[in-house]
Write a new protein. Structure first.
Length: 155
């Protein structure tokens, strides 16, 4: 049986407590708002479920066979909870702002998205998994981590 360094459940949240990560996110968000996408980056805006105020964060937009997805490698973060509550959000790249509807995937349906996400962005998000998973991990490992990594289909 594989031992994992993290618990991958509905309570998993990795915060950006590391100063360098906060700086990186600010740079990516700024560049994306200027229209310079870093490997698919967008600025996600979701209305707060309690305050009603719009909250923004940089995300990586994953595309599989023309279908778009948002993956939350940090787990059940505030943007995930807000998107679940509202079901809608905005994606921005430069001056283009697109409103969308989101549908959260069941854990069993996340495997292809998780695999491709890790192949594309492991260099950026690998640290959020404490070495528990890589782009080459078997399906059993991806299935194990799926409850702790929300994935949304964007319509």
């Amino acid at each position: 049986m594989t031992e994992y360094k993290q618990t991958y459940d509905s309570k998993r949240v990795i915060t950006s407590s590391e100063g360098s990560m906060r700086v990186f996110n600010k740079i990516v968000a700024r560049m994306t708002k200027l229209g310079l996408s870093l490997m698919g980056s967008r600025v996600l805006s979701v209305q707060g479920r309690k305050s009603g105020e719009w909250r923004s964060t940089p995300v990586n937009l994953l595309v599989i066979d023309g279908q778009r997805y948002l993956v939350a490698p940090r787990g059940h973060t505030q943007w995930v909870k807000n998107l679940r509550a509202s079901g809608t959000g905005r994606l921005q790249l430069g001056r283009k702002v697109e409103t969308f509807h989101a549908e959260e995937l069941a854990d069993a349906d996340k495997i292809p998205a998780l695999r491709l996400y890790l192949k594309k962005w492991a260099w950026e998000v690998g640290t959020f998994f404490s070495g528990d998973v890589t782009k080459d991990s078997p399906d059993e490992v991806l299935h194990h981590i799926a409850p702790g990594v929300p994935v949304f289909k964007i319509n």
